[in-house]
Design a binder for this molecule. Structure first.
Ligand code: NAD
Length: 468
């Protein structure tokens, strides 16, 4: 039996004991996860420094504060979320109990990505635990250091609420609710051969298809948190200074390796020079004249991705940046101007610090441009005109929309976060996570009384009985 198979069997055995279901247990696990994040902040931050050159302050800002907020929310709201939800009755069910009962699904596989290795792996896990499931956690092997630390520290905190059963000498040898399984493609593929009750995968769309294919063999439902090219339309009426400040931050945070980073700018030709100049000023202010030595500027995760991003720049005109150093996986904040729709950089998600500007004649062409391509994960529009914003919402599709800012919709727990079409399926965050990883079971509880009202449904069906 493979290591992966064993982990899944143990998680299933743990789930079948029923111990992950009581709300107190779930809250205990969530608080343990919270302690893990707080007490091991230094280990997390050191790993992120090695993986992505994230700064010490960047760790709480972009990885763990959001997790802590989600944990607090789940702990505080769990009783409400997990309670039966009464629904509207009709004439035939007036005297019955009619409600939706959220129930755990079983064993959930959580496959994480490397760009925010803690946030995108543990955030779904919060919902999985809150909903009363067991989970297998598979961090991305690409963020080598974070993956190793996660494997080490999670088991020291989770599954500790009840003592191990006597035959198990150490925790890792017994049934665990939340085992961490590390490894690369072959280990993930071996995991995917197992049967799960749900799979949540964060990563690129090509692998998303493989995950869905594997899940289909067991009719396992999936949540796919994928990526894509998120457009950013700048309307000429808007305050370009503020818009570009927010776009510079949204694009170059984490060296552009953010699933919801603005991938490219759409604007009228008359705005292009101004946009480049504003971004130049902001880059200098945020990351100094030498971003390479700036503590707040990240690195590309590895050389394979470095070469991929650099290859995308080929054939386009660099308006800003372009400096790079392969030995350090460093690419300066880069803006490309007058980019043609058929340029290399417009054919795939950039996922790096390169921002192309594509000029359009106005909002009509911008909408057409967006609709001719795959549905993005995020869509940004900068404009003071609410009618224009509303029009873009109504006439396009994307996982989420954010007007006049970048990235921050991710932090609003009340909003469902997820893609549509090529950018994913399903959603999570806050209560949406709880619902996504629960079975919402329809329950109708009747009594054996009032049998008289049923007489019409029993054969023989005669017009007389129906009063026709
Ligand atoms: P990755 O290479 O870390 O892959 C993600 C996971 O898939 C890993 O755990 C890996 O082991 C597994 N994997 C890789 N190849 C596989 C294969 N052939 N078969 C089975 N499993 C395999 O991450 P990535 O895909 O490079 O991540 C970047 C992508 O993720 C971008 O497209 C980004 O937009 C997207 N993303 C989306 C979100 C979101 O919330 N929607 C968040 C972060 C990243």
């Amino acid at each position: 039996m493979s290591r992966e198979q064993q982990a899944v069997e143990r998680a299933r055995t743990a789930f079948l004991t029923g111990r992950s279901k009581p709300l107190d247990y779930r809250i205990g696990q969530l608080k343990a996860l919270q302690r893990c994040i707080t007490e091991r902040q230094k280990d997390i931050s050191d790993a992120l420094k090695k993986d992505l050159n994230k700064s010490e302050i960047g760790t709480p800002l972009y990885e763990t504060l959001g997790l802590e907020g989600e944990i607090m929310l789940a702990v505080n709201k769990l009783a409400q979320w997990a309670a039966p939800r009464p629904v509207e009755k009709n004439l035939l069910t007036l005297s019955d109990q009619v409600f939706i009962q959220p129930q755990p699904l079983g064993v959930v596989l959580v496959i994480g990505a490397w760009n925010y290795p803690w946030a995108v792996t543990l955030q779904p896990l919060i919902g999985v635990i809150a909903a009363g499931n067991a989970a297998i956690v598979k961090p991305s092997e690409v963020s080598v250091h974070s993956s190793k630390v996660m494997e080490e520290i999670l088991p020291l905190y989770l599954d500790k609420v009840t003592p191990p059963p006597p035959p198990c000498p150490v925790w890792s040898d017994c049934e665990r609710d939340v085992p961490v399984v590390t490894g690369g493609v072959s280990e993930t593929q071996e995991l995917l051969r197992q049967r799960f009750d749900h799979i949540v995968y964060t990563g690129n769309s090509s692998v998303g298809k493989l995950v869905m294919e594997a899940a289909a063999r067991h009719l396992t439902p999936v949540t796919l948190e994928l990526g894509g090219k998120s457009p950013c339309y700048i309307d000429k009426q808007c305050d370009i200074t503020i818009a570009c400040r927010r776009i510079t931050w949204g694009k170059f945070t984490n060296c552009g390796q953010t699933c919801i980073a603005p991938d490219y700018i759409l604007c009228e030709p008359s705005l292009q020079d101004r946009v480049v100049e504003e971004i130049r000023k902001n880059v200098k202010e945020f990351y100094s004249d030498d971003p390479k030595s700036c503590v707040d500027y990240g690195r590309i995760i590895n050389q394979r991705h470095f070469r991929r991003v650099m290859a995308l720049v080929e054939g386009s005109t660099i308006a800003l940046g372009g400096e790079n150093d392969e030995s350090l996986s460093y690419i300066a904040p880069t803006v490309l101007r007058d980019v043609k729709p058929d340029a290399k950089v417009m054919q795939e998600e950039i996922f790096g610090p390169v921002l192309p500007i594509v000029t359009v004649s106005g909002v009509d062409e911008a909408i057409r441009f967006i609709n001719e391509r795959e549905k993005p994960l995020a869509l940004y529009v900068f404009s003071p005109d609410n009618k224009l914003i509303r029009r873009i919402i109504d006439e396009t599709s994307s996982g989420g929309v954010l007007a006049n800012d970048c990235l921050v919709h991710f932090s609003v727990s009340a909003l469902p976060f997820g893609g549509v079409g090529n950018s994913g399926m399903g959603c999570y965050h806050g209560r949406h996570s709880f619902d996504q990883f629960s079975h919402l079971r329809g329950c109708l509880l009747k009594s054996l009384a009032m049998e008289g009202v049923n007489k019409m449904r029993y054969p023989p069906h005669t017009a007389k009985k129906l009063g026709w």
